[in-house]
Structure formats: structure tokens, C-alpha cells
Design a protein. Structure first.
Length: 72
């Protein structure tokens, strides 16, 4: 399993974070997603054999949000 954090640019409310988590957790290969609205970050734990960071970012973009990889 791999863990990656993404910066979400345009969330408007807590409901946005729940939408992102739900969409990601429905995706094949994603074990867990946790979006923090206040910090505008999404942490995703996934199986790199089944999905990729690029695919995860595409899911977030499809939900209507701007996303970029977060560098600590």
C-alpha cells in the first residue's frame, strides 16, 4: 500500500470533502481516503498495482475540484 497527500484548491464546505472521500473510496485499489476541509488536503491510501496517483487525481478533477500533489 502507498499513501499520498493531495492539495485540493477549491473545496467550499465539509460536504465537498465527503464527496471526494466517497468518490475515491468507490475506486478500485483505493483502501482509504481522508479529506480535511480546513487544511484543504486529501490523504489517500491505495494499492499501486491497481491504481495510480494520476488516476486518483483524475477522480478528484471529475468531481469538480482542482488538485495537485502535496509536497511536505
Amino acid at each position: 500500500m502507498k499513501k499520498v497527500t493531495f492539495k485540493i484548491i477549491d473545496m467550499h464546505c465539509v460536504s465537498c470533502s465527503l464527496t471526494i472521500d466517497g468518490d475515491l473510496e468507490d475506486a478500485d485499489g483505493v483502501k482509504r481516503a481522508h479529506t480535511n476541509y480546513a487544511k484543504a488536503l486529501t490523504e489517500v491510501e491505495f494499492d499501486p498495482a491497481k491504481t495510480s496517483e494520476k488516476a486518483i487525481m483524475a477522480i478528484i478533477k471529475k468531481a469538480g475540484y482542482t488538485v495537485e500533489e502535496f509536497k511536505n
